[in-house]
Design a protein around this ligand. Structure first.
Ligand SMILES: [Zn+2]
Length: 1013
């Protein structure tokens, strides 16, 4: 899955509980008497399902009582009452059952109370007119306290006694009524003797269930459901024996999801103004269970045979090529796909029903196709070309051919993530796949890198999959690393290096916080699964792989190691150690990769390496680079650091690079006494920060002041990043930062300039929000003075080089943002030209953002821009317009746009995180945005799951600019009031820490700024 900045991954809106589920809810079915545990078979009069006995369960009596009461609440209330709808969200559920494990008198009282409430509710429902909630009409039976067989499993993870082998799915989606029926046949093998089968199902109304053991007859069975954990279960009176095979068939119905996960419906307006509907899937991480009952954990791999019934004028796609199409007697046709030729995890299953047109091409006997809605077909050529080249590259690089016969890439209107790597059917947001004829190289860079990421997953993730979400980085860190690595080779003109460098800097910034976590970290709830999709799994994961690759001796060693890993574990699941072991096995110099890398994956954070030098002796010491506001938190973490360095003797070519492994607290090595300066972490390929001490920094500063080209541009950018980080840590005075930046007027390369601008801009924003007006003015003068000549050199014409585009857009967005007259005039002129030409004249792609931002500041142009936004069809451009609109400094417009984003008509709700983060950057809007989030919190977590990347973005952007005690108190007060509605999120801890750090930095440096700025 590719989250991409500001692209929320999925959205949950739990509004699907209007209908009575068809599963026999024993708690509600008053005809169901108290059961004798010895009872082998019992058929309730009004039930369509046969109970095949209810075996003993694993819980003791007290647990059982309490469990059962909690379940009664869950089952009886949650799915009936729309007033209690929010309770049905897994994120706002009742107290978890584990709180019941120590029963007390109080527990018993509560349990009894639950039963009374349930009984009263039953009575109320009984008297409702027409017995609204039953399908069989009013029931006349005597209402007694319902007793229900206990749900036989009390853990978040499924038991391992049963393994699914194959799924046979038949789906019948009705796009007119936005619902579907399905039938799922699951073949399983028993691994250990057991009396139960537990699997996942969410929001599915199971109407019929049959079970068949070995060669026995299929018979009806009762399915128990425990909604808070989205699990269903079968209980057996007799043990299923290891080695037996069994088949479970489940028929069910459900609504198509209105959110962006599960089997969801989506619509768009075509060029003739007609509303078009489609249905698509997004299953990662936990939503396959919303489309079919399944063992929805990545380690339960199986094969899938999928059949979809459709109207003749729709088309369908799935992971595999279509095998045949058969007419059905109800006017529909059935598409049957080939059975998957590979075992795969449930989260990778995908199917789509709608109208899409492909462009296709054969690449080494694999049919590669790019699908879009018909009117955007001409935007697919670039993606087809990039995907073909990248597929060739990966086939070759991994020495394993893509195992399926076809590979589809499809742009879905209304898709929340950046893209999703479903095996053989990769789904994309339109922005991440479609490239207009006139698109700039920067837009192509976005598309190519998303494709590169998702294609890498076809091996890393799909072929070899992490066993559990705690090792999500094995998927995401790898795909992120490969995305940059492959593009450097396949499409070097896209200049992907600067982006990767910036990504590593941001990963360091996040990982420096105390709220960060180890790359491999325990995951025991749906919220924690969501939270794994963060910069540690993606960007830090990619950074440590780069560091490893750069430190291995022999240039193919890394590649050989991962080929070994992919071959050894092909079709299987792994954990982090498996990867390190494979890399250790191929090591030519017996480097212990496991030993080195586990220090990077098993503990959070990264080291600060401090250099001190006496004559020819260099001493390095390491400590945890931990940003804390109290200075009291210390850790004894040590890393196995492959420290690299260059010196004034030889500093540019790769051969100059020296390696020193620092495993202990400190270590020494020698350099010739004549060496004037050392630069550590050559080209910033290592995941650490370096402090050179006063003399070391002074020597580097002098060298740069003399000649910027004594270091690579990555090394220059790395010095800038590191010195700002050290200032934030409190190790260097801000005066030293400014001293280093004195060289910057001679800088012409993209990465040092963009890093310096980003860092200065952060401080500018903090000063602005603290209303330190004189310092704001001085900071503005400082930036315009140091970068002015470079800003003035930028042209406003088409520019082919990606690197130059990146440089230009950063400089001009800063200049215009600071109201530099030169800049704003040019931008206004370009906008006027664009409007006058009826949006046919072209604004260079990298300049669109700055032009729209400037336009949005004008009272006349803002409505014009809004109008353009409403009519624009090309998604990449549309999003830039939206960011422009949200950058307005008019308070009423800000309030309007926030509300429009939440409402979702004019501005899709999927764009709300982008709107909020843009509004928060401006002085006029940041407090409105914070208010908005507090007032609408419950609606926000209905749309975006607690812990999700979207919520992380919203919290971070709203709070990261506060730097006062008053705001700290407010933020703390608000989030602690949320309780189970999100107070425990890691991003909340991160927000509080960030505010404390901002406050500390400001208090410490305001004087320095007044003196030196
Ligand atoms: Zn991914």
């Amino acid at each position: 899955l590719l989250k991409r900045a500001n692209l929320p991954r999925n959205m949950i809106e739990n509004s699907m509980f209007e209908e009575e589920p068809d599963v026999v809810d024993l708690a509600k079915d008053s005809t169901f008497p108290a059961l004798d545990p010895d009872e082998v078979a019992y058929e309730p009069r009004s039930s369509r399902l046969l109970v095949r006995g209810l075996g003993e369960n694993d819980m003791d009596e007290d647990e059982e009582d309490c469990e059962s009461s909690a379940r009664l609440l869950g089952m009886s209330f949650m799915n009936r009452s729309s007033a209690h709808r929010s309770n049905s969200s897994p994120y706002t559920r009742q107290a978890p059952p584990r709180s019941c494990s120590r029963p007390s008198a109080r527990t018993m009282v509560v349990c009894v109370l639950f039963l009374v409430i349930v009984a009263s509710m039953t009575m109320v429902l009984y008297f409702l007119p027409g017995c609204t909630f039953t399908k069989t009409g009013c029931r006349k039976e005597n209402k007694t306290t319902p007793i229900e067989p206990p749900f036989p499993w009390s853990q978040f993870r499924l038991p391992h006694s049963i393994r699914p082998l194959s799924y046979d799915l038949t789906l019948n989606p009705d796009l007119d009524n936005m619902n579907f029926t399905g039938s799922t046949v699951i073949k399983m093998v028993v691994l250990h003797n057991t009396k139960r089968i537990v699997l996942h199902s969410a929001n599915l109304n199971i109407s019929k269930a049959t079970f068949k053991l070995d060669d026995g007859e299929a018979s009806d069975v009762t399915v128990l459901e425990y909604k808070p954990r989205q699990q269903i279960a079968l209980n057996f009176s007799e043990e299923l024996k290891a080695g037996q095979y069994c088949v479970l068939t489940l028929d069910y119905s459900a609504n198509l999801s209105h959110t962006y996960d599960g089997f969801y419906n989506s619509s768009y307006t075509d060029k003739d103004g007609n509303k078009r509907v489609l249905a698509a899937t997004q299953f990662e991480p936990l939503s396959a269970r919303k489309a079919f009952p399944c063992f929805d954990e990545p380690a339960f791999k199986a094969t899938f045979l999928i059949k979809i019934n459709r109207k003749p004028d729709y088309m369908t796609l799935s992971n595999m090529p279509k095998a045949k199409t058969t007419p059905l007697n109800n006017g529909l046709v059935q598409d049957e796909f080939e059975m998957t030729s590979v075992n795969m995890s449930t989260y990778l299953v995908a199917f789509i029903v709608g109208n899409f047109t492909p462009v296709s091409k054969n690449v080494s006997e694999i049919l590669v196709s790019v699908y879009s809605v018909p009117e955007k077909k001409e935007h697919t050529d670039y993606a087809l070309d990039a995907a073909s080249k990248l597929l060739d590259f990966y086939n070759d690089f991994f020495e394993i051919n893509f195992p399926l016969k076809k590979l589809d890439l499809i742009a879905i209107p209304d898709f929340l993530a950046g893209a999703m790597e479903n095996w053989g059917l990769i789904t994309f947001r339109e922005t991440s796949l479609l490239v207009g004829k006139q698109s700039s190289p920067l837009e192509k860079q976005v598309v190519a890198s998303v494709i590169a990421h998702e294609l890498a997953h076809q091996w890393f993730g799909n072929l070899v999959t992490m066993s559990w979400w705690n090792d999500l980085w094995l998927n995401e860190g790898f795909a992120t690393y490969m995305q940059y690595m492959s593009l450097q080779t396949v499409l070097p003109q896209l200049d992907i290096g600067n982006l990767f460098l910036a990504v590593r800097f941001r990963a360091l910034d996040k990982d420096a916080l105390n709220s960060s976590h180890a790359v491999s970290t325990a995951v025991n709830s749906p919220e924690q699964v969501e939270e794994m999709f963060d910069s540690v799994s993606y960007e830090k994961g990619a950074s440590i792989l780069l560091m490893l690759n750069a430190s291995l001796s022999g240039d193919q060693q890394f590649r050989k190691g991962i080929i070994q890993y992919l071959k050894q574990f092909s079709g299987l699941n792994t954990d982090t150690n498996d990867l390190w072991n494979s890399l250790t096995q191929v090591s030519t110099q017996h480097q212990n990769v496991s030993e080195m890398m586990s220090s990077w994956t098993s503990q959070k954070g990264f080291p600060l390496v401090t250099v001190s030098r006496k004559g020819d002796q260099v001493t390095l010491t390491q400590e945890h680079f931990l940003l804390t506001s109290d200075n009291a938190t210390h850790t004894s973490s040590l890393w196995n650091i492959p420290v690299t360095y260059v010196s004034d003797n030889c500093s540019l070519a790769p051969e100059c690079r020296q390696l020193f492994t620092l495993k202990t607290k400190s270590g020494t090595f020698k350099v010739p006494e004549s060496v004037k300066w050392l630069k550590l972490n050559y080209r910033n390929t290592g995941f650490y920060i370096v402090h050179y001490g006063d003399d070391g920094w002074a020597a580097l500063r002098d060298a740069l002041a003399n000649d910027v080209s004594v270091l690579t541009h990555e090394d220059r950018a790395s010095l800038i990043h590191n010195i700002f980080a050290l200032s934030r840590l409190g190790r260097v005075s801000f005066r030293h930062v400014l001293n280093l930046l004195n060289y910057i007027s001679n800088e012409t390369e993209t990465s040092p300039v963009t890093e310096a601008l980003l860092q200065l801009n952060k401080i500018y924003q903090l000063l602005d929000k603290r209303q330190e007006y004189s310092l704001v003015a001085r900071m503005k003068t400082y930036i315009l003075h140091h970068f002015g000549s470079l800003m003035d050199k930028q042209t406003w014409e088409e520019q082919e080089s990606v690197s130059k585009q990146e440089l230009r857009s950063a400089l001009l967005e800063t200049a215009c943002g600071l109201d530099d007259e030169n800049c704003t005039q040019q931008a206004k002129a370009l906008f006027k030209q664009y409007v006058d030409s009826n949006a046919t004249s072209r604004i260079p792609g990298d300049l669109q953002q700055v032009v729209f931002n400037v336009a949005a500041q004008s009272a006349e142009d803002w409505p014009t821009l809004l109008n353009l936004y409403g009519h624009a069809t090309y998604d990449a451009e549309k999003r830039k317009m939206l960011r422009g609109l949200a950058s307005t400094q008019d308070a009423r417009k800000i309030v309007w746009i926030l509300k429009a984003g939440l409402k979702g008509n004019l501005i899709q709700t999927q764009e709300l995180p982008l709107v909020i983060s843009t509004v928060c950057k401006g002085f006029a809007g940041y407090l409105f945005a914070w208010d908005f989030i507090q007032e609408n919190w419950d609606r926000l977590i209905e749309k975006f799951p607690v812990g999700s990347f979207a919520i992380q973005t919203i919290i971070n952007s709203a709070t990261s600019q506060f730097s006062t005690q008053a705001h700290l108190d407010q933020v703390q007060g608000f989030f602690s009031s949320l309780k189970e509605r999100g107070s425990q999120m890691r991003s909340v801890q991160e927000a509080l820490e960030t505010i404390r750090l901002n406050k500390r930095w400001m208090e410490k440096n305001l004087r320095t700024l007044q003196k030196w700025l």
